[in-house]
Design a protein around this ligand. Structure first.
Ligand SMILES: [Zn+2]
Length: 269
């Protein structure tokens, strides 16, 4: 997502000192999601949306101790990308889905994005940026701003934070969370390193096709190794019992591929 596409996003953020509550996080997420859905081409096919939401819910519900209402969207863009908005809104580009070959690869990417939301990575960045740019004195003396979802204070701060790059630590944590998240859902975690390797290989051949993914998901071989090392700690018998692939997933991808080509201006990042 180009940041300037969201210059108009005005959201009430908790100012420094009070932190962002779950309620504020969800309100913020809903507003972002509304804007995103108005500005990005979202696949509207009911069957495709049902599948991505059933798969996403199966992973997210078990990972989430806050009982968020999760929403999963397919962005009709050929570029490889996926991103998470605070509060439980997850976007996966058609270009990413069409590059997966097995259900567990798609699940791995979703498990990773779910991990960002569960660990509140964007929210923590917003809290830090607020603290840095506004100073502690403003704080929650402005309770009307803190409490009003309509207030448009902190406009650009929020817009920048949602799509800011995560740190390497956040990425690594989301990978680790992603592994746990899919395993809890009975899905093999092997799809995650498998997809990462596929994207790294593609970067060597066609860097442009995956540049957005790598801009927002810094990744090298060592990240794949770290992911694999975490997986190798599990009992092989457990890993073997997990689902790698399903006929439903293949029906889903076939149907997605049968849609008309993505609109040209589409950009998932
Ligand atoms: Zn990430």
């Amino acid at each position: 997502m180009r940041r300037n596409a969201f210059a108009g996003l005005g959201l009430a953020l908790a100012l420094s000192g009070c932190g962002i509550s779950q309620q504020q996080e969800v309100q913020m997420g809903q507003q972002y999601a509304q804007q995103i859905n108005a500005q990005l081409p979202i696949v509207q096919d009911a069957e495709l949306n049902r599948y991505i939401n059933v798969l996403g819910d199966s992973i997210a519900k078990l990972a989430d101790t806050r009982d968020l209402d999760w929403h999963f969207f397919i962005v009709d863009s050929p570029e490889v990308n996926a991103f998470a908005v605070p509060g439980g809104f997850i976007y996966v580009n058609r270009g990413l889905i069409e590059r997966t070959d097995r259900m567990d690869e798609l699940a791995g990417a979703m498990g990773h994005e779910i991990g960002h939301v569960v660990r509140r990575h964007s929210v923590k960045q917003m809290e830090k940026q607020n603290a840095a740019s506004l100073g502690v004195n403003v704080a929650c003396a402005l309770t009307s701003v803190c409490n009003s979802q309509a207030a448009a204070a902190a406009n650009n701060i929020g817009g920048a934070a949602v799509f800011a790059k995560f740190s390497r630590e956040d990425e690594a944590q989301a990978d680790q969370e992603g592994i746990k998240n899919v395993i809890r859902a009975g899905i093999s975690p092997e799809g995650m390193p498998s997809l990462f390797q596929k994207l790294l290989d593609e970067r060597k051949r066609k860097p442009d096709a995956v540049s957005n993914w790598f801009a927002s998901h810094p990744m090298e071989e060592d990240r794949i190794q770290a992911t694999q090392a975490a997986i190798d700690k599990y009992d092989p018998a457990i890993l073997r019992s997990l689902t790698k692939d399903t006929p439903l997933y293949h029906r889903f991808v076939e149907r997605l591929k049968s849609l008309p080509p993505s609109p040209v201006q589409a950009s998932g990042n």
